[in-house]
Design a protein. Structure first.
Length: 493
């Protein structure tokens, strides 16, 4: 049964005195119309929407999921454009890591359809309206896709956690973590947080919760024994790239590494063995694209040393909300590449790398689709960093700078465009020559291709599971959350 948390209805869509916006519904087949009807009936039964007489209306878009079923989405782009942005602050990531580094035990909670548990104010409900061919509806809960969704949810969870925040519980939007120095303390903290969430009627998703781990992944970093390191997935895209096979590949790697040369001691000396592959004339550049090479021991050593520098603390930094985030993406015939950076006073600092191969079908996509896919994969992978903040997206594909200004485009790009509704970013075109690291990563892709880009698996921590055999006296915790493995063992807390 759907749950609405026990808090006053939230105001999330302030539009000042702007007149109502009405958008026509997109054309849909009879089959899609039937899906819309079925989905609205489910939302009605759960009390998440109600019939409406609102003059506002945003169009429905159906998005195909990996299991071939359809996801019901509302295109709130025009509404978001006139919404006054909520400046409620997200917690600083560096301060979060400072807190977590002193702990030994960690529990992570995942909310079940978190937005749909937040009641929406009566003043805001009409602005969320949408139509089917049979009726007009509006949301009674916080809908997906509105620009102030992350800030509103952060305000709600901060209020609910109250004075436990920064002591032994934290939340970055909907990512909640409880942390303690000892196991006994952790049981006590768990008991209190679960009681708080239960009293607030916040419903959790047990299958995605992690209980009392000594190692965990949080906000893209792995935490264990007081150490915080980039999650292996953050550096995997670069660290596992193959040795250059052609002179052109070697040249692109040197150019990519050169972007961060100010952070690498003795860069020129280290890169010197690979410099011979950097062409100085147009003829050399054209010839180098096809020239097969076999690297010498010295050249391999230089390649590996530069890779190691690019994936260590000398270059990589823990994310810090005080500095702007930037995403750079690129696509080639082989796959996609992306880098997440922050703009420090001394230069752009990388935080994570992404590299993924194309399937045979994806290689046939148009350049715009391939380039857009790179950005979508970056958003999926780095959602925790980019949700709820302003950031810059740099691309060398000029057409993408107009992505949000276009009317309906092809179904694939339309589906992806809906995924970016909640993000607040500015698209910036940059020449291909300055997009060196994503270009290199896209031409030496590491991660296996995925058939369906709409579903990207969440990172599941391969953490150390604590023995629960001695905590049977804490039965109140299980009322709020219990993992599947614990159920199978028929253990109670």
């Amino acid at each position: 049964t759907p749950s609405i948390i026990n808090i006053p209805p939230q105001s999330a869509i302030k539009t000042a005195d702007h007149p109502p916006i009405y958008s026509k519904q997109y054309p849909a087949s009879s089959k899609d119309q039937e899906i819309k009807f079925q989905e609205t009936q489910k939302l009605l039964e759960r009390g998440q929407i109600e019939e409406s007489t609102s003059p506002w209306s945003s169009p429905i878009v159906l998005v195909k999921k990996k299991d071939k079923t359809m996801r019901f989405c509302i295109d709130y782009r025009r509404l978001n454009a006139i919404t006054i942005k909520d400046a409620f602050p997200l917690p600083r990531i560096d301060e979060i890591f400072d807190q977590l580094s002193d702990a030994t035990y960690y529990t992570k909670f995942d909310f079940k359809s978190g937005y749909f548990q937040v009641p929406l104010s009566k003043e805001d409900r009409p602005k969320t309206a949408f139509s089917t061919r049979d009726n007009h509806y509006q949301f009674t809960v916080l809908p997906q896709g509105i620009t102030n969704g992350p800030a509103t949810f952060q305000r709600v969870i901060n209020h609910i956690l109250g004075p436990t925040r920064w002591k032994y519980a934290l939340a970055y939007i909907d990512d909640v973590i409880i942390y303690s120095k000892t196991f006994e303390e952790h049981l006590s903290h768990l008991n209190e947080i679960c009681t708080i969430l239960k009293n607030a009627r916040f419903r959790l998703n047990p299958e995605k919760c992690e209980i009392a781990r000594t190692q965990t992944d949080y906000l893209g970093h792995r935490i264990q024994n007081g150490e915080i390191r980039p999650s292996p997935t953050n550096i995997h895209g670069l660290l596992n790239t193959r040795l250059p096979q052609t002179a052109d590949e070697a040249c692109k790697f040197v150019k990519a590494a050169e972007y961060y040369r100010k952070f690498i001691p003795n860069f020129s000396l280290i890169a010197e063995p690979l410099r011979k592959f950097v062409p100085t004339t147009r003829t050399q550049r054209k010839k180098g694209q096809k020239t097969i090479i076999t690297l010498t021991h010295e050249e391999i050593e230089a390649f590996e040393l530069l890779k190691n520098f690019l994936t260590t603390d000398l270059v990589l930094r823990l994310p810090n909300n005080r500095f702007p985030f930037k995403v750079q993406t690129d696509a080639s015939d082989e796959g996609i590449g992306a880098v997440l950076l922050q703009l420090y006073p001394d230069g752009d600092r990388p935080i994570a790398y992404l590299s993924k191969k194309f399937t045979p079908a994806q290689r046939k996509w148009s350049p715009m689709e391939q380039e857009c896919y790179a950005f979508i994969c970056a958003l999926d992978k780095w959602h925790n960093y980019l949700s709820g903040i302003k950031f810059i997206w740099e691309t060398d594909h000029k057409a993408l700078t107009q992505l949000n200004q276009k009317a309906q485009i092809n179904k694939r790009c339309e589906r992806w465009r809906l995924k970016i509704l909640e993000y607040d970013f500015k698209v910036k075109y940059i020449p291909g020559l300055t997009n060196s690291m994503p270009d290199y990563l896209s031409r030496s892709p590491v991660d296996d291709a995925e058939e369906d880009p709409d579903e990207v698996s969440l990172l599941i921590s391969k953490s150390t599971q604590t023995d629960f055999s001695d905590i049977k006296n804490h039965s109140s915790i299980v009322a709020a959350v219990q993992t599947r493995a614990m159920k199978l063992r028929n253990q109670t807390l």
